[in-house]
Design a protein around this ligand. Structure first.
Ligand code: M6R
Length: 606
């Protein structure tokens, strides 16, 4: 959601923090701010809008070697100058940047107002600054902040600077990530390692309930009660260059183009051609325990959940284990029955999605077994799960997920083969699928070459205000992903339905102005899908088919023909043209593709 960055060391802090904010802008982009520690006071600039609008306030003129900065995605209070972080106490001595939500903010604010505090924003974050000012008894800053945090109910990733304690930053974490970056006589803090990789690859992920005092020469971590905790630095594998847009106009387009290589990395070292199965080193459950699994429940949000639905279908088809995917946000609150012989799988690109973390914790609390399918190494979900499959897709910067959908589907194909080969999936079928996976990156590359055709189809969709996406079985999950992509970046209202559901209501909305995109593999349901298409055509609705080459009894208004590979991989391949379709529709509609309105990468609040 929001992004935090902090620096303490010998260099000027402002350029480092501003560069970090630009890097973090994909986490939230409705306002930004910076506080730099000078000799006696903090210098603060903050503003509604993008980081480049903050640049216009010339924060680079601020001199000082420690500071904190923030890019915001509004929760409490509209995006505005006054609601932008950092927030300060009345004297301007303490500055706070915060990700998360303070649930008891109203009660705390009422108490603080009684003490004479005057609030200057509508945010929940401001209570931190006033509380710190009120409770500062001269103890080390980390002790003061620890005492304040014991009064907070809610989630936070927090960084605090005090003008009177130069050279120290205090950061804390409860439900919203905070990472320390270890430099050479300098330290960095951030809510996301992407802001650090330019400076260091040695990082420490704070745990929930930890607070850290960070100085140029090192850091100490403690519990909120002051008990020391131990932390082991880890190394970030992602390279700084991976965060650049390169020659592309948008990160989304770059990440679509990266898919062949990303898939190669997901597959790397995992195809076992001796036993025609998948080798998954991160899955630590023994084969006999995996044999006891009677059900698989996949949990995630947004695209991660939809990729999980593709995974559920694969697991059911290849391993014959009943499987389904559910929104983590629903699962965590519905007092779900946790079964001993169910395998729970949390899916997340960022590994920091609040609802998915909460679902994992709910499963663990009730004694269930959970593994992760995660892109960001060392992230909260990866660490909570302790076992699973890393995607190795590389950083995904665009708010819209593209390559991680594909890599998640690939990871589930590997898992389904692994589970299947422990059961009834034959050597021949294992070999067929392993062979297909080896061909997959080149097939994806071939589809990407069809971009001009897809761009031309986008002209049919772009003028519409509504669109339907339909498919059957795993094709329905692909339709759901296509609709999500389109609505996210083009603001065109798109709905996905299982194809046969159309006649149970949505058909009433079909008109010449409402295109339907049909996921139409040449499988056993092909003729059923054709019947649905006829029903749409009979009502004047334009139909675009994402299909395989071959004769079709119906004339489509547009079609992209994707060469078939193996039926199990159809969903994955049929999804690729829809990413490009959404991209080109958004281009035609002139929207902000990488940072769509109201959204943020990595939703770290409820
Ligand atoms: O980081 P996660 O995979 O857990 O994120 C889950 C969703 O927030 C994410 O997939 C979202 O739906 C994307 N904007 C989709 O493009």
């Amino acid at each position: 959601m929001c992004g935090i960055v902090g620096y303490v060391g010998k260099r000027q802090a402002a350029p480092i923090l501003l560069e970090g904010l630009h890097r973090l802008e994909y986490r939230g982009y409705d306002s930004a701010g910076i506080a730099i520690g000078g000799k006696t006071r903090l210098q603060i600039a903050k503003r509604k809008g993008r980081v480049r609008e903050l640049d216009e306030l010339r924060p680079l003129r601020f001199k000082g070697t420690f500071g904190i900065a923030h890019t915001r995605w509004a929760t409490h209070g509209e995006p505005s100058d006054r609601n932008a972080h950092p927030h300060c106490d009345a004297s301007g001595r303490y500055a706070v940047v915060h990700n998360g939500i303070v649930e008891n903010a109203a009660a705390l604010k009422a108490q603080l107002v009684e003490h004479g505090c005057v609030f200057t924003s509508d945010t929940d974050t401001e209570v931190f600054a006033h509380l710190i000012a009120l409770m500062d008894d001269g103890s080390p800053l980390e002790a003061v902040v620890g005492a304040v945090l014991r009064r907070i109910v809610g989630a936070y990733g927090l960084a605090v600077a005090d003008a009177h304690r130069p050279g120290t930053l205090v950061v804390a974490r409860n439900g919203s990530p905070v990472v320390l970056g270890i430099g050479d006589s300098e330290m960095f803090v951030a809510s996301d390692p992407s802001a650090l990789v330019r400076h260091t690859t040695s990082v420490v992920h704070l745990n929930d309930g930890e607070i850290a005092a960070v100085r140029a020469d090192g850091y100490e971590t403690r519990t909120l009660d002051g008990a020391p905790t131990s932390s082991t630095p880890s190394t970030i594998a992602w390279k700084d260059e991976a965060f650049d847009k390169g020659t592309f106009d948008h990160y989304m387009r770059k990440e679509i183009a990266e898919q062949p290589d990303a898939v190669r990395r997901t597959l790397s070292g995992r195809l076992d051609t001796r036993f025609q199965t998948a080798h998954l080193g991160g899955v630590t459950m023994a084969a006999r325990d995996l044999l006891d699994v009677r059900r698989v429940k996949i949990l995630g949000c947004g695209t991660a959940r939809i990729a999980g639905a593709v995974g559920a279908d694969l697991i059911e088809q290849l391993a014959r284990i009943p499987a389904d995917a559910e929104a983590a946000s629903e699962f965590r609150y519905r007092n779900a029955v946790i079964e001993r012989d169910t395998l729970y799988i949390a899916v997340s690109q960022s590994g920091e999605t609040f609802d998915t973390i909460a679902a994992v914790q709910e499963v663990k609390r009730k004694g269930g077994r959970v593994m992760g399918v995660v892109n960001a190494a060392g992230s909260t979900i990866a660490r909570e799960c302790g076992q699973g499959i890393y995607l190795h897709a590389g950083p995904e910067v665009s708010v819209v997920s593209t390559k991680t959908f594909t890599c998640t589907a690939v990871a589930f194909t590997l898992l389904a083969i692994h589970l299947g080969r422990l059961r009834d999936l034959s050597v021949a079928n294992g070999a067929r699928l392993i062979g297909a996976l080896q061909e997959l990156p080149d097939r994806i590359a071939a589809i990407l070459e069809r971009e001009p055709e897809i761009a031309s189809l986008a002209k049919l969709v772009a003028p519409a205000e509504h669109a339907f996406f339909i498919g059957r079985a795993a094709g329905h999950a692909v339709a759901a992903e296509g609709a999500l992509k389109l609505k996210e970046i083009s603001y065109l209202h798109a709905e996905a339905y299982p194809a046969a559901e159309l006649k149970h209501g949505p058909l009433a909305l079909i008109s010449p102005q409402t295109p339907t995109i049909v996921i139409l593999p040449r499988d056993s349901l092909f003729s059923k899908n054709i019947s649905t298409i006829e029903e749409i055509k009979a009502r004047g609705g334009p139909v675009i088919a994402i299909t395989h080459p071959g004769d079709a009894p119906t004339k489509f208004d547009g079609a992209i023909e994707v060469p078939a590979l193996e039926p199990e991989l159809d969903p994955l391949l049929l999804n690729i043209p829809m990413q490009l379709l959404a991209y080109h529709v958004a281009l035609l509609r002139g929207t902000n593709i990488d940072q769509p309105r109201n959204l943020a990468k990595s939703v770290t609040v409820e």
